[in-house]
Ligand binder design. Structure first.
Ligand code: FAD
Length: 480
């Protein structure tokens, strides 16, 4: 430490959902600040078990975060930056806890990455009101919320023009990621592993560490992006990046994704026909939902985007909801998808759409029930994307699937799992059943098969459910 210690200013990096060293604006800013003021850099992560429990953060995601935070602590120690893992019950307790450490360590300024959710924004406001100097960087998106606006200066309500404007702005950016800061002090001893005191489920199938995440990103860009458009809808094919868990907690930044994509497909921002365009669009969907969350804070409170949807008379049958959760609806694609979620903490995008549509349209269960269940299970749980996806599927959202368009879970099964490989993987009880029968939803009963299939019969008839859904959801029709 500098001999002018008394006049030094020290920087504290408060890690939240930006759990990486590379391309981390807050960390870079903190290191610069400390260098300019002859100060030191420390880092903190605050464990908030009550907050997580009350907001249904999935135990598998908490395990993933715990492992990544510990990995981050090791890598920061090599740069001479100590990371302390502290405890506050919930967000209300954070200002006091943070103030305690700021005072104890004589930190002058705190650096963090902003977050789009309402509670998170209130938390940061409370921290500032408690007298802490907090500098927020806008890096959870590639382009910050409220920076992609229509000619009237408002947030777009339709994805296509948003994406067009987004690409126009992004094109002007040289898209360089920030390199990791140089060591600012001698390496520190390797820190001990710190366990979070909350309910967790093993996330060991997902490697932690930003090097692993970056390697996965590079491999995907090299091997799979070109085929992404053709393969992304088939859950039996490993055709999507499976990077959502890394983006959700910030092991990867969207800027890193874009940079790697453009290094392989430099025309992705410019040409519709570029092989990189389809995957780029998914990254833009991620941004669209985050921008919406900031522009329309009611979304964080789980309000319907379309106020007319407040008139919907959901059936909300608890028994049917439970059957959906457990993968016992008698619709093989829906059931296999729910079992994928329950067993792995991840679900393929096509299946998220199919299962969400089934719950909200076939069973007429309020989308908030399904959204909450997903949050409780997903390793990539993310309020903006989850809320956006659920409201899109239910037809209540911004630029959503129209209420009268009801996915047919039988034809979706035939189309997107033509070989039955995905279904058979998760529904072993259908092993003996002819694929044609599965695809036509003509699954023989146990007695007919002479084997123990134990597979549920359809919870509702598709044609009946479709007609009922359109009638009930027409509450969203303008002028109704
Ligand atoms: P890829 O297809 O490789 O896409 C790359 C990245 O783009 C993803 O990692 C993700 O960050 C982003 N992305 C892709 N599709 C979308 C989308 N439709 N909306 C927003 N971002 C997208 N995604 C989450 O990250 N967390 C959630 O909690 C979540 N809940 C969803 C709920 C429903 C009902 C639906 C329909 C979608 C949900 N999604 C969610 C979006 C999408 O299903 C996942 O991001 C995707 O399946 C993750 O797999 P991947 O990383 O292989 O995606």
């Amino acid at each position: 430490m500098n001999s002018n210690h008394a006049i030094s200013s020290h920087a504290l990096v408060w890690f939240r959902h930006d759990l990486r060293i590379d391309d981390n604006q807050s960390l870079v800013a903190a290191c610069q600040y400390a260098a300019e003021h002859q100060g030191v850099v420390r880092a903190i992560f605050v464990v908030t078990p009550k907050q997580w429990a009350s907001h249904d953060v999935a135990p598998i995601q908490l395990d993933f975060i715990e492992r990544q935070v510990n990995q981050l602590a090791i890598e920061l120690a090599q740069l001479g930056i100590p990371l302390d893992i502290c405890h506050a019950d919930d967000f209300d307790a954070i200002p006091e806890v943070l103030l305690h450490y700021v005072n104890t360590w004589q930190m002058t300024k705190v650096f963090a990455t902003s977050e789009p959710e309402c509670n998170e924004q209130h938390r940061d406001k409370a921290v500032i009101e408690a007298g802490i100097e907090l500098e927020l960087s806008q890096q959870h998106c590639f382009l910050p919320p409220l920076s992609v606006l229509n000619l009237s200066g408002e947030m777009y309500k339709v994805f296509t023009p948003f994406a067009k404007k987004w690409r126009q702005i992004a094109k002007q950016d040289p898209i360089q990621t920030l390199t990791r800061p140089k060591p600012i002090a001698a390496p520190l001893p390797t820190p001990n592993y710190v366990e979070f005191n909350c309910t967790k489920i093993c996330s060991g199938q997902w490697l932690v560490g930003e090097h692993a995440a970056q390697a996965k990103l590079r491999q995907f860009a090299l091997d799979k992006v070109a085929d992404y458009q053709a393969s992304r809808d088939y859950p039996a094919i490993d055709g999507t990046s499976q990077l959502s868990a890394y983006l959700a907690i910030g092991i990867l930044s969207p800027r890193q994704c874009l940079q790697v994509l453009l290094s392989h497909y430099p025309d992705a921002l410019v040409h519709d026909e570029s092989f990189g365009r389809c995957w780029l669009n998914e990254l833009i969907w991620r941004e669209f939902y985050r921008h919406l969350l900031v522009a329309f804070p009611k979304l964080s409170r789980r309000a319907n985007f379309n106020a007319l949807a407040d008139n919907i008379k959901w059936r909300n049958n608890p028994r049917e909801f439970q059957a959906w959760c457990e993968g016992r609806t008698g619709y093989p694609l829906v059931d296999a998808a729910m079992r994928q979620l329950n067993q792995t903490g991840w679900m393929h995008n096509r299946l998220r759409m199919v299962t969400a549509s089934f719950l909200t349209k076939h069973l007429l269960v309020d989308w908030r029930w399904g959204e909450r269940y997903f949050r409780q299970k997903l390793i990539d749980g993310d309020l903006a994307a989850n809320n956006g996806g659920w409201q899109w599927s239910a037809g209540t959202g911004c630029d959503a699937q129209p209420y009268f368009r009801v996915f047919n879970p039988i034809s979706q099964c035939e189309k997107f799992d033509p070989t039955g490989a995905f279904i058979r993987n998760y529904l072993p009880e259908l092993d003996e059943v002819d694929l044609k029968l599965i695809h036509k939803l003509k699954i023989p009963t146990q007695a007919q098969l002479f084997v123990d299939t134990d597979y549920a019969s359809p919870i509702v008839d598709h044609k009946f459910a479709r007609t009922r859904a359109i009638a009930v959801l027409s509450a969203m029709k303008k002028g109704s």
